[in-house]
Design a protein around this ligand. Structure first.
Ligand SMILES: [Zn+2]
Length: 503
């Protein structure tokens, strides 16, 4: 009897201790979110700003897969559109182009430079791109290159990706020039001309900056957005700032078997073998982990989470499996945690009564910074466990950025401060970007390369990117202009202080 009572008492003490640890871990963290400051006062004519963006949208600068610096006669028309676009920029934002110096790279990529007063300060580099992906008129409610305005929204290919940013950056700089501002810190603006097809323009600008020994204090490109319904358990919008990118790899699986007539099939058939392999791959996803970019994300956002998730995320040592199982339910959360695998192409057979001698599938992988081509092939070989199936990587894994950009640097703090000032209802969280952008070409120049476009989106509007009916509200566009002005202003501060987290 006494032993039972002792055991129960010990159990009770253990449970209390556990609760105490969970409680302390939850409350010892202090929020890293900077307090929203005052917006920089800028004055500009809103209607003119909208009309200038509309004009940009009406020039169909669709990038071709050929490096624009090697324009052939076939894509001369594309080249003409880019020429027209550059001329349009000069004509519409004359003060910007008379104040800032301009250089052209690799066809039509533009580098603008606004000399700062303090030559000691490393420059702020803002990126955006002038090209867009193609748009077929079919599914659009407004023609994709019309720049139509309806119910306070501006329609057109490029509004979100990325001409909205091009126009917003130019408007903010024009407004600051108008007010007689000269920045402390040199401002560089790089507009790529082929981001959607490889970013040769960005690569050329980056090489030039490297040759000039220019190491940007911060590089800001498109990437994350202010998302009202992020996969995170936060009751407010989350401003996702990409600090790393996933890699891109496609692998072809081929199953072979004797061909012949389908009237007396043997047990081993190419299509069965292949589908068996695909089933096994589907059943064995890559290991999910909270290490790496996910960890950095939680470091910044946990204190802003809802209950009881805040307790879970503050105690990952105990709840890691639970957190992973929660997050991996949404495609966005899942992509953050692991290398994803998606079969995209399938082919076999030529006739309904002939056994194919081979069947093949292509799987597209998006690599977590932990993984590599070798990892993926080893994982597949183990999972498929059938040596007659050949695995052929179709490309060398590209784009994996293993080392995330710094979040313990004044530049990240300044960015967070600018976001919180421009979007006071949103919390900032670093994250792992699933796509790739021009930013990757600048990673060798700086450890402070961030991917964030100052636009409010939800999961529905995310599908507009590269999809039909891409559009932006006027208000969202005005907020983007304000954001860039805030960022340029806050980047001027010479006192570089990081707020350390008190623990
Ligand atoms: Zn883009």
């Amino acid at each position: 009897m006494i032993t039972l009572r002792r055991t129960l008492r010990a159990l009770l003490v253990a449970v209390l201790c556990l609760f105490l640890v969970l409680f302390i871990n939850t409350f010892r963290l202090r929020s890293l979110q900077p307090a929203p400051g005052e917006n920089v006062i800028i004055t500009y004519d809103a209607d003119t700003a909208v009309q200038r963006l509309v004009g940009l949208l009406q020039i169909p600068t669709v990038s071709s897969s050929v490096n624009p610096s090697q324009h052939s006669s076939e894509n001369i028309e594309d080249s003409n559109h880019f020429d027209a676009l550059i001329a349009y920029l000069h004509a519409q934002w004359p003060t910007v182009f008379s104040t800032l110096s301009t250089q052209t790279f690799s066809g039509h990529a533009q580098l603008l430079r606004w000399e700062g007063r303090d030559k000691e300060l490393e420059p702020l580099l803002l990126l955006a791109h002038l090209d867009v992906v193609p748009a077929s008129e079919q599914n659009w409610q407004q023609p994709p290159f019309s720049g139509a305005i309806l119910d306070g929204e501006i329609w057109g290919r490029g509004t979100l990706d990325d001409k909205g940013s091009v126009a917003a950056i130019l408007e903010s700089v024009a407004a600051l020039i108008q007010q007689g501002v000269q920045p402390e810190r040199t401002l560089l603006i790089a507009f790529g001309d082929d981001e959607e097809v490889g970013g040769y323009g960005a690569a050329a600008i980056s090489r030039y900056l490297a040759s000039e020994n220019i190491t940007p204090w911060m590089v800001l490109d498109e990437g994350g957005f202010v998302l009202s319904d992020s996969p995170l358990p936060v009751a407010a919008p989350v401003a996702l700032v990409g600090i790393s990118e996933k890699g891109y790899l496609s692998v072809k699986l081929t199953a072979s078997a004797p061909g012949g007539h389908s009237s007396m099939p043997p047990r081993e058939l190419a299509i069965f073998k292949l589908s068996h392999a695909l089933e096994r791959i589907h059943a064995h996803p890559f290991t999910a982990t909270l290490d790496g970019p996910a960890d950095k994300m939680f470091y910044w956002i946990t204190t802003e989470m809802r209950w009881p998730e805040r307790v879970l995320f503050s105690n990952t040592w105990l709840f890691q499996p639970l957190i992973i199982s929660q997050l991996e339910r949404s495609p966005g959360g899942n992509a953050l945690l692991r290398t994803t695998q998606a079969p995209t192409l399938l082919s076999a057979g030529v006739k309904d009564n002939v056994l194919p001698e081979s069947a093949s599938a292509v799987i597209n992988f998006r690599l977590h910074p932990h993984d590599s081509t070798e990892n993926v092939i080893t994982h597949l070989t183990t999972v498929i466990n059938d040596s007659s199936i050949t695995l052929t990587p179709l490309n060398e894994a590209t784009g994996i950025i293993r080392k995330a950009s710094r979040i313990d640097h004044p530049a990240f703090n300044t960015l967070a401060q600018s976001i919180r000032t421009s979007f006071p209802d949103a919390y900032v969280a670093p994250y792992l970007m699933v796509g790739a952008s021009d930013a990757r070409h600048y990673r060798n120049l700086s450890d402070q390369v961030y991917r964030f476009a100052p636009l409010r989106l939800n999961n529905d509007s995310l599908s507009l990117l590269h999809g039909a009916n891409e559009r932006i509200s006027k208000d969202s566009f005005y907020q983007a202009i304000q954001f860039y002005a805030n960022l340029i202003f806050l980047s001027n501060a010479t006192a570089d202080v990081v707020t350390p987290r008190a623990e």
